[in-house]
Design a protein around this ligand. Sequence first.
Ligand code: SDX
Length: 432
Amino acid sequence: MSEQEKTFTLTNDQTGESCKLAVRDGTVGPSVIDIRNLYAETGHFTFDPSFTATGSCKSRITYIDGDEGILMHRGYMIEELVDKSNFLEVSYLLLYGNLPDKKQYDEFNHNITYHTMVHEQVHHFFRGFRRDAHPMAIMCGAVGGLSAFYHDSLDIWDEKQREISAHRLIAKMGTLAAMAYKYAVGQPFVYPDNSLDYASNFLKMCFSVPAEKYEVNPVLARAMDKIFILHMDHEQNASTSTVRLAGSSQANPFACIASGIACLWGPSHGGANQAVLEMLDEIGSKDRIPEFLERAKDKDDPFRLMGFGHRVYKNFDPRANVLKKYADEVLDELGINDPQLELAMELERIALEDEYFIERKLFPNVDFYSGIILKAMGFPVSMFTVLFALARTVGWVSQWKEMIEEPSLRIGRPRQLYVGSAQRDYVPMNKR
Ligand code: SDX
């Protein structure tokens, strides 16, 4: 450790022993105490079961300031990217670190577009499921199984093979998500249309039928594109951390993304957008809001206000603010007066005036309004988390690629505080 390096000294109050640890600064945000030598020097582990104060990696992709409600991708504010960019351009930015010039964009757009089709055999994956299978269950299986089709490009140490796997995953997630929807509603799969942009192509694969001509509604395509941008990456959230841990074992990228899909499904994470609509259905009317707020505060009641609260944001989730604006735009375009939007806004208003929520800094998060827009666009509630996974695949593959390209890649292997039985001898059955 060099003299000028910032350090943190840890002292054992019982023995007086101390350990000097390096402090490392990032570009912005909290510095970190480097504890990689802690066990070797002190014989102690740290203990942080849900990683509330643990940095798991260095990353250049996304930065969140939870107190200020700031979200940046590669230094660009999310509000500016949503307003001025598009899903594919932000995908390039997350993957490669800078906004593309025209040549780079056109080449990337071509590569993604020409990877949107899936192998015809993949259609048979779907046929094995019941029609009422949750589409996230199908996505876990279908995406994990994709690796079976690409034996030519699973060498994670080969830069070109990493890149083609990333392109295939981004491109095919839209097609697989649309197929999951079509399978659920009993309609034929619709092949990608390479003449369309990503969001328009996705809407056409979801909502067109062979029997009729289909025109993509540009307002809905624009809203879809923006919704994708808002869900693309979010630092080391649970599903991204799952992808990184899977990737640290050198598993292939399709298996890693399948593990991220599985983790995202939980109602505490990406499954919350589905849970918000189910909660609004259960609340039913504004006069029942106080009853549900009391339940949300009751420690003996497992009910939580879905779409509220966040591990990092202790202010408004900037994505929720943008989605609230698009909810109005999409509902206006479709001429829908959705009482659930009214109910959600009243629920937000009352919760934000309630001491319990104020004290704990619980604000609406990305999932609070997204479901209302997706429902208005025609998606069933069961598809909401699939759409989250579609967009987050860009963040997952970008974070996976960043990790694999780190020179010091090692398998992630946390330790524990063992509180089980001390050593004891086996007792034969007749003596127990
Ligand atoms: C996402 O990490 C990410 O970046 C995730 C994400 C991404 O883009 O990847 O942003 C996407 O997952 C958004 C979050 C979606 N989940 C929900 O909306 C589910 C509802 N929210 C909660 O389950 C909760 O807020 C979490 C899971 C989001 C965060 O949980 P934490 O950080 O572990 O907070 P906590 O459970 O320790 O809560 C602190 C206090 C507790 O009360 P006390 O014990 O202090 O009295 O706040 C309470 C909690 O009971 N609390 C809530 C609440 N959220 C927290 N009480 C009622 N309703 C809630 N929603």
